[in-house]
Design a binder for this molecule. Structure first.
Ligand SMILES: Nc1ncnc2c1ncn2[C@@H]1O[C@H](COP(=O)(O)OP(=O)(O)O)[C@@H](O)[C@H]1O
Ligand SMILES: [Mg+2]
Length: 275
């Protein structure tokens, strides 16, 4: 049963619509129900983490928000209106996402990569370059602006992908495993960036296996299991929820080095291990 409290149910902006509202979302692939009646919201300035075992449906939620999979039932609203499904429509609605595979143009420079989304919405060259230089500065990438993205180590490439998502000044930012493959220092820096972005009013939805990071940055956590929302609440509420422990096969969701954080190493929480 989902955990809710009046505090978490009424998000930070009581009188305006949530930045993202997913209601009754159901997605099927042939005979497989990947998402079944999934509902949650993300308010402006709020960071919500979507967690759950592999195959739970996390990526499908992202793809549904971005119009990449057909929804069978339910509704996705951005800023109170139905979510656009085209890339330019999404950018116009203030939606940005990073991809798990980064999706950088390896032969283009860091600056050129960051300019791509601005080019696709037709921002003038001067304005674009200023915006790109600013976001590169914020993420500590200025010195690498002229370097081909493909030559950089993974943590820097990951920051370039984040810069590309931020350059359009999104109002809703979707981050797919932003901490994956990063070391402690880079994760701390990422957490700081997420806090700054959400502090500026952006709604952040992230999918992440790295539980320490989730517990650090998320205002609320939505737990998916087999396409169902099994818990939703503050990190503390979710950590104490028996249904969440059950989904992770009796492994308590603790903050350090155990429980579902082991999934960050294996990518697969212990469901199989208990069999
Ligand atoms: N394009 C697709 N076609 C068929 N099945 C899919 C497709 N995308 C996802 N699935 C299935 O839907 C379920 C949820 O997948 P996914 O959203 O990728 O889970 P998660 O991101 O939580 O690991 C899985 O059983 C997966 O195999
Ligand atoms: Mg996934």
């Amino acid at each position: 049963m989902p955990t809710t409290s009046s505090e978490t149910a009424s998000s930070k902006t009581a009188d305006s619509p949530p930045r993202l509202e997913v209601s009754g979302l159901t997605v099927t692939f042939g005979g497989l129900t990947a998402l079944d009646d999934v509902s949650f919201t993300v308010a402006d300035g709020e960071t919500v983490a979507l967690i759950g075992p592999n195959g739970a449906g996390k990526t499908t939620v992202f793809n549904a928000v971005c119009g990449l999979v057909r929804t069978r039932r339910g509704e996705i609203r951005v800023g109170g209106v139905p979510a656009p499904s085209s890339t330019t429509g999404l950018l116009g609605a203030g939606v940005s996402r990073t991809l798990q595979g980064l999706g950088l143009f390896e032969h283009l420079t860091v600056l050129e990569n960051v300019l791509v989304p601005l080019t696709s919405v037709g921002t003038s060259t001067g304005t674009s370059t200023d915006a790109a230089q600013e976001v590169l500065g914020t993420l500590g990438l200025s010195d690498l602006a002229a370097v081909p993205a493909g030559t950089l180590p993974y943590p820097e490439r990951k920051r370039v992908a984040l810069a590309r998502a931020l350059v359009t000044r999104p109002r809703l930012l979707l981050l797919d495993e932003p901490a994956g493959g990063l070391g402690a220092t880079d994760i701390d820096q990422l957490a700081q960036t997420v806090r700054t972005v959400s502090g500026g009013g952006c709604a952040v939805l992230l999918v992440e296996h790295h539980v320490d990071f989730v517990m650090d940055v998320a205002d609320r956590v939505v737990v998916l299991d087999f396409g169902h929302v099994i818990a939703c609440g503050t990190p503390d509420e979710v950590r104490r929820d028996p249904a969440v422990e059950e989904a992770y096969l009796g492994v308590p969701v603790s903050t350090s080095g155990s429980g579902i954080s082991t999934s960050s190493a294996t990518g697969a929480p212990g469901r199989e291990e208990s069999a």
